[in-house]
Design a protein around this ligand. Structure first.
Ligand code: MG
Ligand code: MG
Length: 272
């Protein structure tokens, strides 16, 4: 493994294959959780399901104990954007929950998030979720070998702005990932293209737009973790970990490697 400037970790193809193993554990855990979310379930129950699945798959929950975080997932409900602590909160019809999950397998990390509606939610919330997920895919699809990190940022922002009046968080961003969950470079969800570190083979990035129905400003709750919108509007959060191969993008935390979403956007799929 080599490190380029700015502490960016470049993985060998074998190491990327190791990250795919971790990514699949994360992707499978999130699909299990998607099927487990229903009215009456507590976020703590989701956390237990996640931890059991990660450990029985040979992984370690990377969030648990991360700077003292008590859960294996972050569960952020409604106006909570990210980093919600799973616990006694009971999910109710009409809620949306962002579930963020990370796993380590043989020293390599995967990190991904989905937002799930419980029962019927307002149409604008369904649209917020759609726009946020689509922005994540557009960001990944904008990445090319030889391009720059903010090509991703620009694609995310452009899509969100084209879809309506939404808030894009600026205080929290995507990131490099590899033998640590959070590595350089930052991957903002806004900005001009063509800036920041070069996109090279062996780089792995987590792209994670955090989008609100109102403004971009957030407040940190007294638990020192949960990030809520300052204006009380609801938020959505989607995330995937991906890398670039000479063939194209490979989404390490997507069960199909991102093939269907990337092909739908007309960009080459770089996975195996
Ligand atoms: Mg995450
Ligand atoms: Mg992340």
């Amino acid at each position: 493994m080599s490190f380029l400037d700015r502490g960016i970790q470049i993985k060998t193809p074998e190491q990327i294959a190791g990250m795919r193993v971790a990514g699949l554990v994360v992707g499978e855990t999130l699909e299990l959780l998607r099927g487990s979310v229903r009215a009456g379930t507590t976020t703590g129950e989701l956390d237990a399901i996640a931890e059991d699945n990660i450990r029985s798959s040979g992984g370690t929950p990377s969030f648990k104990g991360y700077h003292g975080f008590p859960g294996s997932i972050c569960a952020s409900v409604n106006d909570e954007v990210v980093h919600g602590i799973p616990g006694e909160r009971v999910l109710a019809d009409g809620d949306v929950v962002s579930i963020d999950c990370g796993a380590i397998v043989d020293g390599w990390h995967g990190d991904a998030a989905i937002t799930v509606a419980i029962g019927e939610v307002p149409a604008e919330v369904t649209e917020l979720m759609r726009v946020t997920e689509e922005a994540m895919w557009r960001g990944i699809a904008a990445a090319r070998l030889g391009g720059r990190v903010t090509d991703i940022s620009h694609a995310v922002e452009s899509h969100v702005r084209s879809q309506g009046c939404y808030g894009i968080l600026e205080d929290y961003v995507g990131h490099g990932i590899g033998s640590e969950m959070h590595q350089p470079p930052n991957v903002p969800n806004f900005g001009k293209p063509g800036r920041g570190p070069k996109l090279v083979q062996g780089l792995a990035l987590a792209v994670e737009p955090m989008i609100t129905l109102g403004g971009k400003d957030t407040v940190l709750l007294e638990d020192d973790w949960t990030v809520i919108t300052a204006d009380g509007t609801w938020a959505a959060h989607f995330e995937n970990t991906f890398t670039l191969t000479p063939q194209g993008a490979w989404v390490l935390t997507a069960l199909d490697g991102g093939e269907s979403a990337l092909r739908a956007l007309g960009v080459p799929f770089g996975g195996r």
